[in-house]
Write a protein that binds this ligand. Structure first.
Ligand code: ZN
Length: 93
């Protein structure tokens, strides 16, 4: 499934979670930490990996490192899609 033009509006979330080849943002509930990632698989699959990394304290995961070091909660339920890969080259900031 290709998700060109998908917006991060809440009503689109069920669809967005199945997007592939997207850049996504995960935020921390407790501080200003932001994580930007990219995946070729469904966003939902990648987020589940992040959740698991936090649970097991995976030292290779930046999100897990943050959550465990600062005792923060990561807001996986409100991950947003920043852009699709095909649109990345048009970003200026
Ligand atoms: Zn934090």
């Amino acid at each position: 499934m290709f998700c060109a033009g998908v917006s991060p509006r809440p009503k689109d979330k069920p669809f967005a979670m199945q997007c592939r080849g997207v850049v996504y943002k995960v935020s921390c509930i407790d501080c200003n930490f932001r994580y930007y990632g990219q995946t070729d698989r469904a966003l939902e699959t990648r987020l589940n990996e992040h959740k698991r990394a936090v649970q097991v304290g995976d030292s290779n995961s930046k999100i897990a490192q943050h959550a465990n070091r600062f005792v923060c909660s990561i807001d996986f339920n409100h991950a947003t899609i920043e852009t699709t890969r095909q649109e990345t080259k048009t970003l200026t900031s």
